[in-house]
Ligand binder design. Sequence first.
Ligand code: G6P
Length: 600
Amino acid sequence: MCGIIGHTGQQATQQFLIEGLKRLEYRGYDSAGVAIQNGSIHLYKKKGNIAALEGYLPEKISGNCGIAHTRWATHGKPNNENAHPHMSYSKRLVMVHNGIIENYQMIKEDLMAKGITFSSDTDSEVLLNLIDWEFSLTHDLIKAIKNALTQVEGSYAIAIIKSDEPNTIYACRNGSPLILGEKDGEYFIASDALAINAFANQIYYPEDKDLAIVHASKGISFMDENGVPKKIESEELVQTNDHAQKKDFEDFMLKEIFEQPDSLRRSFIQPSASSDIDHLVEKVKACNRIIVLGCGTSWHAGLIGKYLIEKLARIPVEVEYASEFRYRHPVIQSSDLVLSISQSGETADTLAANRLARENNAMTLGICNVKRSTLTRETDYQLYLNAGAEIGVASTKAFTSQVSILTQLALFIAKERKEELSKNTMQALEALPAKIETVLKQSEAIKQLALKYALANHFLFIGRGVNYPVALEGALKLKEISYIHAEGYPGAEMKHGPIALIDYSFPTFAIVTDDENRSKMISNIKEIQARNGKVIALIQEGDNETAQVADEVISIPNTMDELIPILSTVPLQLFSYHAAKIRGCNVDQPRNLAKSVTVE
Ligand code: G6P
């Protein structure tokens, strides 16, 4: 969470900072600010999103060196004071920070006892004032940064400018993402490559605790945590400029929902990669167990993966929230495959859980969308979604691509034992993009349904088998963007609690597909209706029996059982989208959320 960007070079800084912030806005949008070095430091910060900051900024702030930040609040409410950049107590340093300083309270008390005053509630200002205090002792900013960072616990990516030192930015990371980039004498620091890939063509990936010094004419230099100069080779950054375009869509989320036929096609593992896949599959087959880790929507994809891998490939799979796994002293064996799923590849809990797996000598595999993200650099094997940048905070196309990759993995592992089934399922997978198109054509009808139900305060989503994780994902999508309280439950478990909530004002989404659970799902629908609850059933085409029982129906084309989750998720995404729009919500930037959760 939080996005940071910095620039120095020959050109004016302001345009780079604002464009970079817009590209980072998915990481947080409760307040934002910029600081530009121009003889002295000009600092502007504002509660609200980047548009609010832009409206507040003077049209032209001259200066060729600056830093900027878009915030997702951890310590301290979203307001002007807590917005970044922060200025230190002596006013000579200005800093942006992404991460959490866990021992900030103790350090703050210590600094306050020394007479240092604070103007925000943030942990970030504590780190900055500690650096400034160390500077007052050492008169050397590099030493001051190093000394301060040895005293803090937690995670950080920071960038600092100094009021009397033009053209220079200092940056350091530990546990939070930070990259640097350059092109034709312009130098950049950012939370991720997306922020700078319109301006830079070379990118650097520093390691934890490396310090970068970026100078407008001398370029970028690095030193390690002991202050020893270090060479980091740059890599080519593929430049793109299409990031911020919604094309003909009202929102990024809707654009990304409608991109799914294409993004799904791009998730198909190409025959050219077959030797890599064969190698990976042999390794996976040798494992005794697969542990899947993820957070949020990625965790739901992992749960679908469990159903498919166990059913098709017969390897035991456990699915864990990365945040729980990392702290519950799990038993990890060298014969385990730990499979981490993350769209961004930067989720703090997923990264930490993956590191724990590596420390315990498990084989690691990352399923990721963002190339060269931290997760892809810290796993033995990687499978890419190739879904393209996902900007909407609520994950849509990344989810269907994650499920596609997991399905293909299961099929590759099962290939020898279930040759016919594998072949047929792969063929059916290739036919899915066209079937998604059919579902997307129902968007208007789903909107009409949403109009009827969008004022409900609560929703239940139920499904059995592989449709249970789909129900979880449907409920998550609805609650995160429309703020309607929604719960996902296995159909059978409904009787053990949620049914107590059902009445005429509490509708249910029932995912009923043509498998061994169908008649049981129909019984569940009856049970809900007997308590005056309305039921919207998501069914497969031709399922007249369920259609006659349910109050409302959305149908999806027929496909193989294993592939149903990819299709059945799409109408649920559309329903959430339309319900949220009807309720006047900002679907791309839901309140309190961020796309990439880089703090614990
Ligand atoms: C946040 C996002 C979700 C996402 C989750 C995991 O909560 O709002 O959309 O599913 O993080 O993110 P990851 O990048 O690890 O998949």
